[in-house]
Design a protein around this ligand. Structure first.
Ligand code: NDP
Length: 310
C-alpha cells in the first residue's frame, strides 16, 4: 500500500479525488489517497503551490513531488525539497494551449477585431488579410507547450521560428537557441508567442531592445508568465506602434490590479490566466503513470532541473 498525499487548495480535492482513485485502480496501484497522512508515512505528494505543504523536510520517505501545474517557479527553489520535482505534462493541457494560442494568432492575423468591433453599417476598409505563409511567427520556448503550438501554426502555413535554451530540431520549424539565437529568432517576427518558464534567466526576455527587433506593428501573445516581459517597454512599444497589439494571459501580479495600465490600453487584451489548465481526468492518469514508473524502478519523466529553474 502506497500513501499518496494530496496537497493542493481545498477546492481541488472534490475535482481530483475520484479521477485520481480511478487512475490508480486502472494502473493496478494499491494507494491510500488522503489530504492528511502523517508526513513520515508519505510515499508521493500530489502538489499545487497554493496547497498546505511548503516544508518538505518531514516527508522523509517521499519519492517524488508530482506537480499539478506545468509552471513550477514557486516551488523550484524551495530549499526543503530534496525529492525529485515532476512537472505536469498532459495532453489536454497541451491541447488547450494550442487552441488558445492558435485562436489568438488567427484573430490578429486575420484582423478580426476591425470587423467584430466595427459593425456600423459602413462597407469600408475592405483590406484582405495576408495568407499565413506571409506572416512570420516566433515561439519563445520550445518545450511541451511551445513545440506543440509551433507545430500547429506551421501546419496552418505560418513560417514558424522557435527559440529554446538548448539546441532543438523540430520538423517544420526553424529553431534557434541560446543568448546568441534570440536576435535571429525575433528579427522580423510579426507574431511572437511566449511559452518560456519563469526563471531568473528568462525575466524581461521581451524588453525595449528585443521588442525593437520585431516587425513594425507585431502582435505579442503571452500565455507563459508575466515576468517574461518588461511591462513598461511593452507599453512604450504599443504607444509607438512598434507593437500592434498584445494579448496577455499572465502578469507579474495576479489578479492584475484594476489600476494597471494594461486594463485600459486599447492595444492590450487581458485574459485572466485561462490559456490552459490541468484537467483532472487526464492529469490523474499522468500522475498514476509516474508513480508506476517510480515503483517499477524506471526513471521519472519531466523531472525539473532545479539549477535551470524549470
Ligand atoms: P517546458 O519546460 O516543457 O519548456 C520550456 C521551454 O523554454 C523549453 O524549450 C526551454 O528550453 C525553454 N527555455 C527555458 N529557459 C530558457 C532560456 N533561458 N532561454 C531560452 N529558452 C529557455 O515547459 P512547458 O512548455 O510545459 O510550459 C511552458 C510555460 O507555460 C510554463 O513554465 C508556464 O509558465 C506556462 N503555462 C501557462 C499556462 C497558462 O494557462 N497561461 C498553462 C500552463 C503552462 P529547452 O528546450 O532547451 O529546455
Amino acid at each position: 500500500m502506497l500513501n499518496v498525499l494530496f496537497s493542493a487548495e481545498d477546492a481541488r480535492w472534490p475535482e481530483y479525488e475520484g479521477p485520481l482513485k480511478q487512475a490508480f485502480d486502472k494502473a493496478g496501484l494499491d494507494v491510500a489517497l488522503s489530504r492528511d497522512h502523517a508526513p513520515e508515512t508519505v510515499d508521493y505528494i500530489v502538489f499545487a503551490p497554493n496547497g498546505p505543504v511548503s516544508d518538505f523536510s518531514p516527508y522523509t520517505r517521499c519519492k517524488a513531488l508530482l506537480s499539478l501545474w506545468a509552471g513550477i517557479e514557486s516551488v523550484a527553489d524551495n530549499q526543503t525539497l530534496t525529492q525529485p520535482l515532476l512537472r505536469m505534462v498532459d495532453h489536454s493541457l497541451t491541447q488547450g494551449m494550442v487552441e488558445w494560442v492558435v485562436g489568438h494568432a488567427l484573430r490578429h492575423h486575420l484582423g478580426m477585431d476591425a470587423h467584430i468591433n466595427g459593425q456600423d453599417g459602413v462597407w469600408c476598409n475592405k483590406a484582405y488579410p495576408p495568407i499565413a505563409a506571409h506572416r512570420p511567427v516566433t515561439i519563445l520556448g520550445l518545450g511541451a507547450l511551445g513545440a506543440a503550438c509551433g507545430r500547429a501554426l506551421a501546419a496552418l502555413g505560418f513560417p514558424v521560428s522557435g527559440w529554446s535554451r538548448t539546441a532543438k530540431e523540430i520538423t517544420g520549424l526553424r529553431c534557434y537557441y541560446g543568448a546568441q539565437g534570440l536576435q535571429s529568432a525575433l528579427s522580423g517576427a510579426e507574431i511572437v508567442v511566449l511559452l518560456l518558464p519563469d526563471t531568473p534567466a528568462t525575466e524581461n526576455t521581451l524588453n525595449a531592445q528585443t521588442l525593437s527587433l520585431l516587425a513594425k506593428g507585431a502582435f505579442v501573445i503571452n500565455p507563459g508568465r508575466g515576468p517574461l516581459i518588461d511591462d513598461d517597454a511593452l507599453l512604450s512599444a504599443l504607444d509607438s506602434g512598434q507593437v500592434g497589439h498584445a494579448t496577455l494571459d499572465v502578469f507579474r501580479i495576479e489578479p492584475l490590479p484594476p489600476t494597471h495600465p494594461f486594463w485600459s490600453h486599447p492595444g492590450v487584451t487581458v485574459t485572466p490566466h485561462i490559456a490552459s489548465f490541468t484537467r483532472p481526468e487526464s492529469a490523474s492518469e499522468v500522475i498514476a503513470a509516474q508513480i508506476l514508473r517510480g515503483e517499477n524502478g524506471e526513471p521519472f519523466l519531466h523531472v525539473v532541473n532545479r539549477d535551470a529553474g524549470y
